[in-house]
Write a protein that binds this ligand. Structure first.
Ligand SMILES: Cc1cc2nc3c(=O)[nH]c(=O)nc-3n(C[C@H](O)[C@H](O)[C@H](O)COP(=O)(O)OP(=O)(O)OC[C@H]3O[C@@H](n4cnc5c(N)ncnc54)[C@H](O)[C@@H]3O)c2cc1C
Length: 432
């Protein structure tokens, strides 16, 4: 065999579907650990990896387009990692048995190992699909561009945002900053229903009231017609701009019904289920980011944890394992860190877990903890983002190792940030 031919047959053929945060970090890790392998990226957009967290800043004209691409231009990325890029190319099916990807135009491409990093899409309930076009979503760059164009071209004088979680509140902020009267609607009983304790939510809702943001909770949207939102209790709201931000679902269709050689199907729940190596139950098929279910350290089960840093760490772990370097991603906890309308809200851990609630207030902030048998289960912090890193690592460490003690340096930093000693002692188990 000629050297070149031998080289080609020995060279590993990696495929990455989806090129957001998870896909980017996987490509980077593969290239770092395999300088010669062939890395083929299939992306359904023409854009470089985009940060959806910045979409509302772009939609409100607070950030230029280039600012939403944290890793630079596609040309630079392709050159740096020597990628073979298929942009504006949608992958529709992963054939695990044949180790082939089927593209939307029907062509099939071979791979040795593959990462599915297809992220998530905004949820549009079946009851509203016939009204599509009447409302704006907030997930992709296209969504942000659509809203930005609408605000720029139409004389928007009123807005309704449906969904009062991370994406909804950030979308409401766009209108708030432009002085456009806005109503926030949610089917749950308060703001950040999956992350905020009821009394913390009530306090933030009062602050939004002060900012003249109208809020309607416990309200189901029945229909959106023209410029009208119809609630199931018969109320109607008129608005020049209606946004639907009620959550996301993992993009997993392309691995549904795919069978491996021995007939096993790739396991999926709400996302593609992966182990600590980010590998699915089918060897050679990996998943990372918002499309997958990795380990939730608090429940021990797998769940989708749709967060930017999580997607990056999972992508990196998958990329290393694909390239033959052993790596483990132990999992994560639910958390939410949102800066909105000059306020900071942080939630760490699963707020549905039971425990005793204690509340502490400082000069400009409030901390509420939920403790179970002397251990921190979850925490809400309002008005103090600087302490979140220490507390997240403390909670994560405890879940991973069974115990965690705050170091003297961490205690000192928490004290310096104004946390009362009583709370620090409560959190710290014992001083190390
Ligand atoms: C408004 C908003 C605010 C947010 N705020 C925060 C925050 O404060 N903190 C935080 O941690 N996280 C936040 N997030 C979540 C964070 O942005 C995501 O967790 C992260 O971007 C996930 O990265 P990903 O690579 O898994 O997916 P994505 O960024 O969704 O990338 C997936 C890529 O795959 C492509 N793709 C999908 N299907 C296919 C296919 N079949 N073929 C080819 N390509 C495909 C998509 O077009 C996309 O480019 C926010 C998200 C939004 C929308």
């Amino acid at each position: 065999m000629f050297d070149k031919e031998k080289e080609m047959t020995e060279m590993k053929n990696y495929a990455i579907i989806g090129f957001g945060c998870a896909g980017y970090h996987a490509a980077k890790a593969i290239r770092k650990n395999d300088p010669d392998g062939r890395i083929v990226v299939y992306s359904d957009t023409a854009d470089p990896p985009f940060n959806p967290m910045l979409s509302t800043y772009y939609a409100s004209d607070a950030l230029p387009l280039e600012g939403t691409f944290p890793f630079g231009s596609m040309e630079e990325i392709v050159k740096d990692f020597q990628l073979e890029l298929h942009s504006e190319t949608e992958a529709v099916h992963v054939d695990a048995a044949k180790k082939e990807i089927e593209l939307a135009d029907g062509t099939r491409k071979r791979f040795d190992s593959i990462l599915v990093a297809t992220g998530a899409s905004a949820v549009v309930p079946a009851s509203l699909t016939e009204n599509a076009g009447r409302f704006f979503l907030m997930r992709t760059l296209k969504d942000a561009q659509n809203l930005r164009n609408h605000i720029e071209k139409e004389n928007v004088k009123s807005a309704v945002v449906i969904g009062a979680s991370m994406a909804g509140i950030k979308t409401a902020e766009i209108f708030y900053r432009k002085g456009i009267p806005t109503t926030l609607i949610d089917g749950a009983s308060g703001l950040f229903p999956l992350a905020a304790y009821p009394d913390v939510a009530a306090m933030m809702q009062a602050k939004l009231n002060d900012l003249k943001i109208a809020q309607i909770y416990n309200a189901q949207v029945a229909a959106i017609r023209s410029n009208t939102v119809e609630l199931s209790d018969g109320r109607t709201l008129e608005a020049d701009c209606i946004c639907l931000c009620i959550g996301v679902h993992a993009n997993i269709q392309l691995v549904a019904n795919t069978k491996a050689v021995e007939g096993t199907e790739i396991k999926i729940g709400k996302g593609i289920i992966v182990n600590e190596q980010m590998q699915t139950n089918v060897p050679g098929i990996f998943a990372a980011g918002d499309c997958c279910e990795g380990k939730n350290l608090q429940t021990g089960e797998t769940s989708v944890i749709g967060l930017w840093a999580n997607a990056g760490a999972q992508g990196e772990c998958a990329g290393k394992n694909m390239a033959g370097k052993e790596a483990v991603y132990y999992g994560n906890i639910l958390h939410n860190i949102t800066h909105f309308m000059d306020m900071d809200f942080i939630s760490l851990g699963d707020i549905s877990l039971p425990g005793e609630h204690r509340r502490f207030t400082g000069k400009d902030f409030l901390v509420e903890v939920c403790m179970d048998a002397g251990r921190l289960n979850s925490i809400n912090i309002f008005g103090q983002y600087r302490i979140s890193g220490i507390l997240k690592s403390h909670l994560t460490k405890r879940l991973l190792h069974g115990e965690s003690t705050l170091t003297p340096a961490q205690r000192g930093m928490l004290l310096a940030e104004g946390l009362p000693a009583e709370l620090i002692n409560l959190l710290g188990d014992k001083e190390s």
